[in-house]
Design a protein around this ligand. Structure first.
Ligand code: EPU
Length: 343
């Protein structure tokens, strides 16, 4: 394929090392970066002609490449942050899918608009935030999404999804599920609050309550960044994809059996029938903290995170994940499911 415009870049046999935070040394047959919706539409038409396999990525912070990708990897370079409207409480920002998520968080915190501050410092880009329903410290991004602008892969037609059409759940959306691969997110409209709306229930954020008056968005952002830096590896220093597994929701009966022998089991009640148990605790109880498998390892400070300690191969990470799943299943009769997307 030739370059169609200056802002489209096309690379062949392209190393994906810089496009997956695990730092896995895999290649894509073709890698294309585009910068506008019009370019994306043209690209999709050309790729459809050649029946090409497509993978759209963001910051590659939630992906596990299991091998080289024999198709075209697309990446959005659509970058803008624009105010679209405001009322007496809210301000709406339309943001291009290729904007780095934390750059947006930083800008909003600087202007003291509330909404994304608890989600500060999450690696990745705006498009993926709306697909993955990123969440941290008591907030999920669905709570501030107003609408999601997309292009349908099959037709190149635009479609806007209202937040309530996105079927958001825990790390889940219609774009990961029912319509997986059918739509490409090109922009997200977020609804932020100009008056303080704060979420300080998470342990280490609670102390911000005692400051007298609502903390600023910047104060919350700073506290969140400090927590993340103390618990989570910096992708630039140690490859990982953040939490590798989801926190499992288990039937109350399963929880009771565990609590009978482990009175200290941490948990959150999510409904009458189900209780969520932190996967980090389950993995910790199985003795996995700091353990290695080939070049892969379980992060010492947070065992929910698998890291690329020493030139890990995709197989090292997949095998380690399977071993962890097996031991949690044997010890607790709970089946962990990955939070990262296997490609
Ligand atoms: N725990 C242990 N041992 C440890 C660490 C934690 O037993 O070494 C237990 C503790 O009981 C702790 C609990 O696990 O209270 C929860 O740990 P933490 O607060 O670190 O959060 P998490 O449930 O492991 C989730 C998200 C994170 C998010 C944090 C904070 C998922 C899969 N992960 O982790 O998201 O930052 O809460 O809200 O829901 C990500 O998705 O990549 C991610 C990092």
């Amino acid at each position: 394929m030739r370059d169609m415009a200056n802002s489209i870049t096309i690379k062949h046999h392209y190393p994906l090392l810089g496009h997956n935070t695990f730092g896995l040394d895999v290649k894509a047959k073709q890698f294309v970066n585009y910068s506008t919706v019009d370019e994306l539409v043209v690209l999709l038409a050309v790729l459809k002609e050649s029946n090409e396999r497509i993978l759209h990525i963001g910051g590659g912070s939630n992906l596990l490449f299991t091998k080289d990708f024999e198709g075209t990897v697309l990446h959005s370079g659509i970058k803008f942050v624009e105010e679209v409207s405001r009322d007496d409480r809210h301000i709406f920002f339309r943001v291009g899918s290729g904007v780095v998520w934390d750059d947006f968080c930083a800008q909003m915190a600087r202007d003291n608009y509330y909404g994304p501050e608890n989600l500060s410092y999450i690696p990745g880009e705006v498009g993926a935030s709306a697909i993955q329903n990123i969440g941290a410290y008591g907030v999920e991004v669905e709570s501030i999404i107003h609408e999601v602008e997309t292009i349908e892969v099959a037709t190149g037609q635009p479609r806007v999804f209202q937040a309530n059409e996105c079927e958001y759940g825990y790390r889940d959306s219609i774009f990961k599920n029912r319509l997986q691969g059918d739509y490409i997110v090109t922009a997200v409209v977020y609804r932020l609050s100009m008056i303080p709306v704060v979420h300080l229930d998470y342990g280490q954020l609670q102390e911000l309550r005692s400051h007298g008056g609502a903390p600023t968005a910047q104060e919350i952002r700073d506290a969140v960044i400090a927590i993340r830096q103390s618990k989570l590896p910096e992708p630039a220093e140690l490859g990982s994809a953040g939490s590798f597994f989801k926190n499992p929701a288990v039937p109350v009966e399963v929880f009771r059996q565990i609590a009978a022998s482990h009175t200290d089991v941490p948990h959150y009640v999510i409904s009458e029938d189900e209780i969520k148990i932190p996967a980090a605790w389950l993995i910790d109880q199985c003795g996995w903290k700091g353990k290695t498998h080939g070049g892969a390892a379980v992060y010492e400070k947070q065992p929910l995170i698998l890291v690329n300690k020493n030139h890990a191969t995709p197989a090292d990470i997949m095998e380690l994940a399977t071993l962890i799943e097996q031991s949690v299943l044997e010890k607790f009769n709970i089946r962990l499911s990955p939070e990262v997307n296997y490609i």
